[in-house]
Design a protein around this ligand. Sequence first.
Ligand SMILES: *Cc1c(COP(=O)(O)O)cnc(C)c1O
Length: 355
Amino acid sequence: MLTTRAEAVVDLAAVRHNVGVLRAAAGGAEVLAAVKADGYGHGAVPVARAALEGGATWLGVVLVEEGVALRTAGIDAPVLVMMEPPPGAGEVAAAYDINLGVGSFASLHDAVDAGARVHLKVDTGLSRGGSVEWPDLVAAAVKADADVVGVWSHLACADDVGAASNATQVQRFEAALTVAAEAGLAPRLRHLANSAATLTMPEARYDLVRPGIAVYGLTPVPGMDYGLRPAMTLRARVAMTKRVPAGTGVSYGHRYTTGAETTLALVPLGYGDGIPRAAANTAEVWIGGRRRTISGTVCMDQFVVDVGDDEVVAGDEAVVFGAEPTAQDWADALGTISYEIVTRIAPRVPRRYVG
Ligand SMILES: *Cc1c(COP(=O)(O)O)cnc(C)c1O
């Protein structure tokens, strides 16, 4: 029974299941569960615990502060910061035993000076973080006697299965590993794969895989089913309903007009909760036993759904996304990816953990 106006129910059993699927796909590689951005909106700490229970051995964040939050919650699993850290991060990382992913001389020296462990990052083609002066970065790490736990990179097009750039990046990663080995570096963990690569590119698994979206049960390759279970269900209680005549303009701008006498249901979620305003007249929600399109403009706190002559009353459940429709359905309707749909659900929507 939903007692608040709306909630995001997060199924931790689904997270454990999904990590199990990823472990099986990873062969013998360890699994790092990416819990950045508050666990893709699901709640970093509960998801991290569930992922570790499911067999993950590492946690991935992008802010040092996110790593500190895991430590403060009492989580002692290895943590990797997966984005080029800002100056001064080394000191905090060392204090909280957080590994830093470093792809520049500045962040390497910041980490080494503070005594933080590092994963050296090579740019193999994403052209985002990572070094394009790899032999020099490796030489600098050797010279500084850095504690190099890992060597890693990140794929640009892993969700595009079979894309030529995937093979190119694996080749460049292999070359980078050779450079590191020849310089005398023997990192315990070589890692390259995100969710999509974990599930589709055995050659990219190495010693550790770094899935994120699949941990949350959303497919990294739209259209493919890997037996994952969506962890988040966003639901609300219908706040009120009303009968209105044909020709009634609905919500701001009257961007929807009723075609016949009908029932309108008010759903108390809006863009202040992370429902994209672009969903007007486009995305679907489950209400009154079937999927229906949002009617007109999504407001800050609410939107309206024309439910026709069906029996829908105040207090009925509206499922925005979960098992049906899925966050992927929302992404398809809005021209984005499921990551953005779940990650942007605002903090004001209470998370409730089950499983
Ligand atoms: C977020 C992230 C991941 C996880 O990516 P998914 O596509 O969600 O599996 C892996 N590696 C890095 C570097 C990341 O930033």
